[in-house]
Ligand binder design. Structure first.
Ligand code: KIV
Ligand code: ZN
Length: 504
């Protein structure tokens, strides 16, 4: 794909599946990579770095499979500056509709001396030869000048000019060690824009690491000074302290119109893809992570809660719906006021006219003194598991029977009261909960998918109460359900029905 040089367009290069996947414990199967790749395509990224094919047969295979499965974005494979790496990358990309080879070598004196035991002249030659060799296979060649953040700007400019002359279409200026300050990095990009004679024949890319927590700031400084490709990962995952996070960069550009720059990203997909990557890579998202953290739109102090409820923008610069979160979360704590409690009760489906708010508020404060913050399940417990809820008139359980254990195949029979009519179904599953959900689903028959499922014991002990949270989606909207019981199958069925009953 030839990049059209709209001067205000920022190309998004996602490296979740390469730099992100290098994190210990985050390795993915090819199938998982394809699932993430498809989600990245829907998100609207321009380039997907699919792997480092020479590093292992598994990585090679992932690039092959992603090349077959993804037809929109460019598929990119990483190499070092040598023929064998480039041969293998070219082979792995042979099914790609739009292929790019990303080759490169160290540019700082530190890397030249202590990594390659070489000289600037020799490194320059190797860089140029690698680009020329890669160009025999594909038209689109990106060159990375590793550790450019610490490289001498004059030598870096020489290198950039030489690789562009050799055929590089994109030149990546990585701050490999997350060393630069935003103004230093910005000046480095500006220096290249102003001093590399053939710079109009290529795009400069920024690739920042987060060792000092400056990856996003440096990326923004880079594009303010002329770079037009940003290299990022979902949730900012990556080596050590991570890479620049895609959601932060995209939302900065969206929030600050004055920058006059835009991407092709559909930010409404952020929350779902963030959770998908976190789940598949076993990498929790820190609660205070900008944009996608659990607390990113949660307000806990009474003053903020009151302010948000009066006018959301008092305390929110981004509408949570713009990043795929249906609403702001008001966290209830001992400092919360009646306004916030009322808001939660209404959201959970309680009819306020039937409730003595003063009495509930009094009980709420007692509970809040015992527990740091109260979530939806606590409120349901406080209210006696929802006997006043106004939505439990749709579907109710009349009978639930499960058979499971060795050597039986888990099977569930469910009888539901659906708006006054009894309906029954049986299903098998890979466990008693799965069988129960499938049996309920058979009766309901809507195109509902279960996206999140959590079981939590309240106190410990085999006689404990389990609380189950489920999130289902229907017609592109999410619905949360909660269930409580000493029987985890019953708690799960209750949670599923609770969510279904919220679908209007
Ligand atoms: O951080 C870095 O320098 C890299 C290169 C391989 C592009 O990831
Ligand atoms: Zn990197």
């Amino acid at each position: 794909m030839t990049m059209l040089h709209d001067p205000k367009r920022i190309y998004v290069f996602d490296t979740t599946l390469r730099d992100g996947e290098q994190v210990p414990g985050c390795q993915l199967s090819s199938i998982e990579k394809i699932e993430i790749g498809k989600a990245l395509e829907e998100l609207g990224v321009d380039i997907i770095e699919a792997g480092f094919p020479v590093s292992s047969p598994g990585d090679f295979n992932s690039v092959v499979e992603l090349s077959k499965a993804i037809r929109g974005p460019i598929i990119c494979a990483l190499t070092r500056a040598n023929k064998q790496d480039i041969d293998i990358a070219a082979e792995s990309l042979k099914f790609a509709k739009h292929a790019r080879i990303h080759t490169g070598i160290g540019a700082s004196d530190m890397h030249i001396k202590y990594k390659f035991n070489s000289t600037r002249e020799e490194i320059l030659e190797r860089a140029v030869s690698a680009v020329k060799y890669a160009k025999k296979f594909v038209e689109d060649i990106e060159f990375y000048a590793e550790d450019a953040g610490r490289a001498d700007p004059i030598f870096l400019a020489q290198m950039v000019e030489a690789v562009i002359a050799a055929g590089a279409t994109v030149v990546n200026i990585p701050d490999t060690n997350g060393y630069c300050l935003p103004d230093q990095y910005g000046q480095k990009i500006r220096f290249l824009m102003e001093n590399v004679k053939n710079i109009d024949r290529a795009i400069l890319a920024v690739h920042c690491h987060n060792d000092l927590g400056l990856a996003t700031a440096n990326t923004i400084a880079g594009i303010q000074n002329g770079a037009r490709q940003v290299e990022c990962t979902i949730n900012g995952i990556g080596e050590r302290a991570g890479n620049t996070s895609i959601e932060e960069v995209a939302m900065i550009l969206k929030t600050h119109h004055s920058l006059g720059l835009h991407t092709n990203i559909n930010s409404k997909k952020f929350y779902d893809i963030s959770r998908m990557v976190s789940r598949m890579m076993n990498m929790p998202v820190q609660p205070n992570k900008a944009i996608v953290g659990k607390n990113a739109f949660a307000h806990s102090s009474g003053i903020h809660q009151d302010g948000v409820l009066k006018h959301r923008e008092n305390y929110e610069i981004i509408n949570p719906e713009d990043v795929g979160i249906p609403r702001s979360d008001i966290i209830l704590t001992a400092r919360s006021g009646r306004h916030a409690l009322k808001h939660h009760l209404e959201r959970l489906g309680y009819i306020l006219e039937r409730i003595d708010l003063e009495e509930v508020y009094h009980r709420f404060l007692e509970m809040a003194d015992l527990k740091k913050d109260l979530n939806d399940e606590d409120i349901l417990l406080l209210m006696g598991d929802g006997c006043e809820k106004n939505y439990i008139d749709g579907v109710k359980i009349k009978l639930l029977q499960v058979i499971c254990g060795d050597p039986f195949n888990p099977m569930a029979t469910v009888k539901l009261d659906v708006n006054g009519q009894e309906q029954e179904a049986s299903a098998t599953g890979n466990g008693p909960v799965d069988a129960t959900i499938k049996a309920i689903h058979q009766i309901i028959g809507k195109d509902i998918s279960l996206n999140e499922f959590q079981i939590q014991a309240m106190h410990g002990g085999s006689d404990d109460i389990s609380r189950v949270n489920m999130r289902v989606s229907f017609n592109n909207r999410n619905y949360d359900g909660y269930g409580f019981s000493t029987d985890i199958v019953k708690a799960s069925a209750n949670a599923y029905l609770d969510a279904l009953n919220k679908i209007t």
